[in-house]
Design a protein around this ligand. Structure first.
Ligand SMILES: NC(=O)c1ccc[n+]([C@@H]2O[C@H](COP(=O)([O-])OP(=O)(O)OC[C@H]3O[C@@H](n4cnc5c(N)ncnc54)[C@H](OP(=O)(O)O)[C@@H]3O)[C@@H](O)[C@H]2O)c1
Length: 257
């Protein structure tokens, strides 16, 4: 059974997986009432494809300025989104924006680590905090029992690179230490959020999109953004309380912590 959200917010929505999520949510999800597509430079060249989509879906897509590495920017976007949302609140947040730099334990700088934490961990935490009143409103308004992304949910995009268990076998292929550490921390953030928000029936879960051909994944990655997002949206639409606190890949397979 699928249960599609009516209002959605996506961070890092101007390119890569974020942009593909916007595209597929519009083309295959429907009917969505509001899609808040957040990015840090809505007027810049990297947001042209998103702006073009927004032009053809004026009533649904709202392009929102949000730099997830800047708490005050997240606060401002929450005010803007709040002014556009009705009493029904916000059903689904997708914490998608992230950065990746390649460095080892031996040569990662404190700045590399701080910057990965700022965008990949503090960003998603701040988004949950600032938008929580709207998720709560959606959970209360829904009148539906249990948990789902149609009701109120946070889906954070993680990575197998954050898996502590598989690191000994797979470390050499992809060092990216600050990114790995930040995704492991994002996983813990989600575990805490899932435990804390369970009583309010707000679902918090993690998805690994696969190794995807985007700017981050590179040209040699195994799948394209369309396949990854198709899998993730199918999962998102079928999530229940069983998925609270889970870490799954885009095919629905569990990933070791
Ligand atoms: N591609 C893969 O193989 C892969 C594998 C595992 C997990 N993931 C995860 O999937 C998600 C999306 O990755 P992707 O492959 O689509 O990456 P991408 O092509 O590099 O896109 C990253 C997105 O994040 C945005 N972003 C970065 N820093 C931001 C900030 N401070 N504020 C707002 N937006 C910011 C970028 O915006 P700008 O255009 O402004 O830079 C861009 O929209 C990430 O969480 C990533 O860790 C990807």
């Amino acid at each position: 059974m699928t249960s599609k959200p009516m209002s959605v917010l996506i961070t890092g929505a101007n390119r890569g997986l974020g942009l593909e999520m916007v595209r597929q949510m519009l083309e295959t999800q429907g009917p969505l009432s509001l899609l808040f597509a957040c990015c840090r430079d809505p007027e810049g060249p990297k947001a042209e494809a998103l702006q073009a989509l927004a032009k053809t879906h004026k009533n649904t897509i709202k392009v929102i300025h949000m730099d997830t590495a800047d708490r005050s920017s997240i606060k401002r976007s929450a005010q803007q989104v709040g002014s556009l949302l009705g009493e029904k609140g916000l059903n689904l947040i997708i914490n998608n924006a992230a950065i990746l730099t390649h460095s080892t334990v031996a040569n990662s700088t404190p700045e590399d680590m701080a910057s990965a934490f700022n965008t990949n961990v503090i960003g998603p935490m701040s988004v949950i905090q600032e938008f929580l009143p709207f998720l709560r409103a959606a959970a209360k308004d829904s009148g539906m029992p249990g948990m789902s992304c149609r009701k109120a949910a946070v889906v954070s995009i993680s990575s197998t690179l954050g898996s502590i268990q598989v690191t000994p076998q797979r470390y050499d292929g992809f060092m990216a230490v600050p990114y790995r550490v930040s995704k492991a921390a994002l996983n813990m953030l989600n575990a805490c959020a899932a435990a804390e928000l369970q009583k309010e029936e707000i679902l918090c879960t993690l998805l690994h999109p696969g190794w995807v051909r985007t700017d981050m994944g590179g040209a040699n990655a195994s799948i394209d953004a369309q396949e990854s997002v198709q899998g993730m949206l199918q999962l998102i639409n079928s999530m229940t309380e069983k998925h609270n606190g889970a870490l799954l890949d885009y095919k629905g397979q569990s990933i070791p912590w």
